[in-house]
Each structure stands twice: as structure tokens, then as C-alpha cells.
Design a protein around this ligand. Structure first.
Ligand code: E4P
Length: 215
């Protein structure tokens, strides 16, 4: 499984890139809006730090606009993956961009039938939003299990990128199901390492060592 950071903040990306475990980045217009820099500048800055897929989302809603934006963004760096929404135009844009060898991430997936359509359109990634499903009392993780099963049944090459991840349990459960990628905000990534018994253990080892040296 690969870990992506779900952020457009370059300081966060640089901080966690040092750990050597970030395989890619997902951004979206809401995340970009917080940054106050141009999308092109930020995507290029990210590409200089992370050697892996970087999702950059189109703003157009019409087919021609989506394709033009996608083609333009794909020239910024070979690792740019074009994020298109799960709409009829998004699906057609996905097909058109993929036919030109451009990688596409179909986002805002909330059902297995949507994931099937995206896979049939040749999407490189599908992004099911599990946290937003949990928020409305649906079961985001069972959607991941369904999509994984369907993609396996039909040998789709499309990868499942688990998105809208809210806590470490989402990450672990996604891995138990065998999802390909999990994208998470730094608030979740930073929690993956935390355990109070580890902190207590480190403290105790050090104090025992210091006390023994005094004797
Ligand atoms: C994924 O690509 C999205 O950017 C993201 O995971 C959305 O998460 P949210 O539901 O926390 O906004």
C-alpha cells in the first residue's frame, strides 16, 4: 500500500517527506484555496520534493474545458495526475485524457457503480471518499471492500485510492482490505506513529539507564 499526503501545504509536505514514506500527494480546490499561491507554482514546488503521483484537480465543469485544463496541467511535470470529478463530463474527459497517455484520478466517488464507470473510462485512480460517507451514517469502508472485490473480479488496472480519511483506523482497515493507496491529511499521518506505551517505554528505558550509571 502507498501513503499519499492530502494537502497542498508545502511545509507539511517537506516535513513528512523527510520520513521517506510519502509516495504521492493529492490536492483539491479547497486545499489549494487555503494556500494563496497559483496552482502551477505549487504543483511544481511539490514535484521538486515528492517523486510520485501528484493529483491536480480541474476547475472546469464542461468537457472541453476539463480536457484543456488537464492537458495544460499534465505538461507541468510528468508526475501530475489529473483529477476530474465523477460526472458525465468528468468520465468523458477521463477517457480522452487517458487516450493521450495522461494519468487521471476520478474523484468524489461515493458508490461502487461510480467506481465501475470510472474504471471503464480507464481511470488510473478512483478516489472513494470514506470519511464523508461515514459522516452521513453510511459505511465508507464497506464501499472500499466492494470496489476492491469488483476490480479484482474484472481485473481492472485502476487503483483504489482511499480518500477522505479521518483517523488511523481508516488507514489500517484499508490495508486489511488490500486497498492500493491511502491519502490522508497530516493530522492522520502524524498519528500513525503515536502510542502512549511507546512514549512511556522510551522514557523508562532512558531513566533506568541513567539510574544504573549513577550506581
Ligand atoms: C482526496 O483526494 C480529497 O482531497 C480528500 O481526501 C477529501 O477529504 P475531506 O473529506 O476530508 O475533505
Amino acid at each position: 500500500m502507498q501513503f499519499f499526503l492530502d494537502t497542498a501545504n508545502i511545509d507539511e509536505i517537506k516535513k513528512y517527506a523527510k520520513w521517506g514514506m510519502i509516495d504521492g500527494i493529492t490536492t483539491n480546490p479547497s486545499l489549494m484555496a487555503k494556500e494563496g499561491v497559483s496552482l502551477e507554482k505549487r504543483i511544481k514546488e511539490i514535484a521538486a520534493v515528492i517523486d510520485g503521483p501528484i493529483s491536480s484537480e480541474v476547475i472546469s465543469t464542461d468537457l472541453k474545458g476539463m480536457i484543456e485544463e488537464g492537458k495544460k496541467m499534465s505538461k507541468w511535470h510528468p508526475n501530475v495526475y489529473i483529477k476530474v470529478p465523477m460526472t458525465p463530463n468528468g468520465l468523458m474527459a477521463c477517457k480522452a485524457l487517458r487516450s493521450e497517455g495522461i494519468n487521471v484520478n476520478v474523484t468524489l466517488i461515493f458508490s461502487a457503480s461510480q467506481a465501475i464507470l470510472a474504471a471503464k473510462a480507464g481511470a488510473t485512480f478512483v478516489s472513494p471518499f470514506i470519511g464523508r460517507l461515514d459522516d452521513i451514517s453510511e459505511d465508507g469502508m464497506s464501499l472500499i471492500a466492494d470496489i476492491m472485490q469488483i476490480f479484482e473480479n474484472y481485473e481492472f488496472e485502476t487503483k483504489v485510492l482511499v480518500a477522505s480519511v479521518r483517523h488511523p483506523r481508516h488507514v489500517v482497515d484499508s490495508m486489511l482490505i488490500g486497498a492500493d493507496i491511502c491519502t490522508m491529511p497530516e493530522t492522520v499521518f502524524s498519528k500513525l506513529i503515536q502510542h502512549p506505551l511507546t512514549d512511556i517505554g522510551v522514557e523508562r528505558f532512558l531513566s533506568d539507564w541513567k539510574n544504573a550509571k549513577k550506581k
